[in-house]
Structure formats: structure tokens, C-alpha cells
Design a protein around this ligand. Sequence first.
Ligand code: SAM
Length: 222
Amino acid sequence: MSVGDGSAYRRRQMVAALEQAGVRDRRVLDAMLEVPRHLFVPPRWRTRAYGDSALSIGEGQTISQPLVVARMTEAAAVGADSKVLEIGTGSGYQAAVLSRIVRFVFTVERIPRLAREAKKRLDALGIENVSVKVMDGTLGWSAQAPYDAILVTAGAPEVPRPLLSQLAEGGRLVVPVGDREQQEMVLVENRGGRFITRNLGGAAFVPLIGRFGWEGDGEAHR
Ligand code: SAM
């Protein structure tokens, strides 16, 4: 996926900062060395693409901070044979990072324009193991289940129930849960049909809007 535009140096600096911050999984670090994050942000933010911050991608949405992408990918503990579902395609960056590590990524986005643009970026980079769909991701993508990991990249009022039933045996769900501004990153593991939950620390995501998420106007669906 070499883009040959001199951005490799900035990516190496970004990854060195991730290592400093405690990211250890070599597959995650290598994937983030490879994926050109500056091509996933609007042109006006390109010079800031390798800083450790979330950036606006339009429609009131953001591309997540690199450290958050790294930590969520690490927590998913996926490998070369894994099949992964991402809820919240956004720019497509998280899906591109996952695509370097796993066998296949299914990713869903509720805003059609973001899904279209993400698909265009992934195609332009020759990434063929990602499928993008427009839908309410709080319902999961049952036709492709079960998944070895599910990453939710928007903040949920509670763990969306349909996602639990789409986790493979031993599978992991990583989801920020809390209110509309602040959440705790929660890791749920399916151990023989028992769901073991662990708190991974604070997070701040845009809201997950949908049937098992928040309503567009601020109330959670129940
Ligand atoms: N993973 C993205 C990336 O790498 O750029 C960043 C995701 S952004 C923080 C959250 C995304 O979740 C937004 O694009 C938003 O439209 C989307 N979203 C919110 N609720 C959703 C839902 N129910 N289903 C699918 N996407 C949803």
C-alpha cells in the first residue's frame, strides 16, 4: 500500500508515540505504519493527520484519535484468520487498519455520504478485504455473523444486545458505553455463551444513533 508521498516519516513518528503510550501489539503498530491516515481526512486537516487527535470528517462526525484506534484494535486481539465487524465506518481508517491484520472486515455506517467516501478511499488504496454497508449498525450484520471481534466506534447508552448474539465463541466486543459525551470503553468476551465484561477506561466518542443506541434528538431508544 505504498503511497510514495513522503508521509512514511510522519507515520513512523506517530507509531513511535503510540509505543511510548504503551501500545505493544506489533501487528497493530505495523498496520498503522502502513495505512496513510492523511488520505482519510479532508484536505484541510492533512497536515494534522499524524498528530494524536480526532479530526472532523464532516456530517458532525470524526476520525478517531490514533491512540484510540490502536487501543481498540489491540483489545480486539484479532489475527490473520479473524472476521471482524466494525460499527461506524466514518472515514474508513479503522477498517483499513483492521484490513492489514485480519482476513475480512465488515463495516457499517448510517450516513450514506460517509460510507460512499470511505469505500472510495479503500478502493483507491487497493484494499479488497473490506465490505462497507449503509445501515443501523446497532442491529449488527446478522447475515455475516458470527464475528471473532466487533468494534463499535461510537458511544452507546448500553451494550447493543444484537451484537452479543453475533459474537463467535471466544469472540470479543469492544464498545464505548456511557452518556452522549463521555463513555467507558467496555470489552465483552463470549466464553461459552457467558459474557465476561471488563472496563478498559474512559473514552469520548460521538453518539451511536439507532434502534439499540441513541435517538437522533438525544434520547436513548429502549
Ligand atoms: N471508525 C471511524 C474512522 O475510522 O474514521 C470513526 C467513527 S466516528 C467516531 C463514528 C461513526 O459512527 C460516525 O461516522 C457515525 O455516523 C457512525 N454511526 C453512529 N451511529 C451509527 C449506527 N447506528 N450505525 C452505523 N454507524 C453509526
